[in-house]
Design a binder for this molecule. Structure first.
Ligand code: GLN
Length: 194
């Protein structure tokens, strides 16, 4: 039975937990979802979700708790949304600790002041039908390297990237009723444990 950990350091953690549980029910899976805070708890997980929030704060706590090392040593797949996308990047326009698991450059608050939050129907590579994107002070990806896969764009702005078993989204899939992003990630986790 797989275990998905929702990193519970800061941000909208409960929404991700509820959506992950909903996705698991839809997939008819036996899986456990738990909020995790410590390196030891993270060690027990097959996949980790990093929510939206303040990426500077979450990144600092990840580093202080040694969670970055555990994720890298155990090659744990990560779904990072919004602030989580920033943290998955290798580079951003601020000085802050990053996990750097996806070879991409992220621009924080990339949609500017006028568009602090908005919704958009998204065409994503892994889906046949549009996905309802909810953006809140969202970042975008300005460049990807190596074999990072661009999974979605709004005009010239990259808003979803997959690399190895990680997925980063600029939007908040936990704030919709649509479980497809969570289902996609759970499948990635299943591929890793098989
Ligand atoms: N702008 C925030 C950051 O870069 C992310 C906002 C969010 O997660 N909703 O940390």
């Amino acid at each position: 039975m797989i275990k998905i950990g929702i990193l519970n350091l800061q941000g909208d953690v409960s929404e991700h937990q509820a959506m992950t549980e909903k996705a698991i029910r839809k997939m008819n899976l036996e899986a456990e979802v738990m909020k995790v805070k410590t390196a030891l708890e993270v060690t027990e997980c097959d996949g980790i979700i990093i929510s939206g929030g303040e990426s500077t704060v979450i990144g600092r706590l990840i580093e202080e708790n040694g969670i970055d090392e555990i994720i890298k040593e155990n090659k744990i797949p990560v779904l990072g949304t919004c602030a989580g996308m920033v943290l998955l990047g290798q580079e951003t326009d601020y000085q802050q600790p990053l996990l750097g698991l996806i070879p991409m450059k992220v621009k924080r608050n990339g949609f500017g002041r006028q568009k602090v939050s908005f919704e958009a129907e998204l065409e994503l590579e892994m889906m046949d039908n549009p996905y309802p994107g909810v953006f809140i002070r969202a970042p975008y990806v300005s460049a990807v390297k190596n074999k990072a896969n661009i999974m979605g764009q709004i005009h010239d702005k990259i808003i979803a990237v997959a690399y190895e078993n990680h997925l980063a989204t600029a939007f908040h899939p936990e704030l919709t009723g649509d479980t497809r992003i969570h289902e996609y990630f759970i499948k990635e986790v299943l591929n890793c444990v098989e």
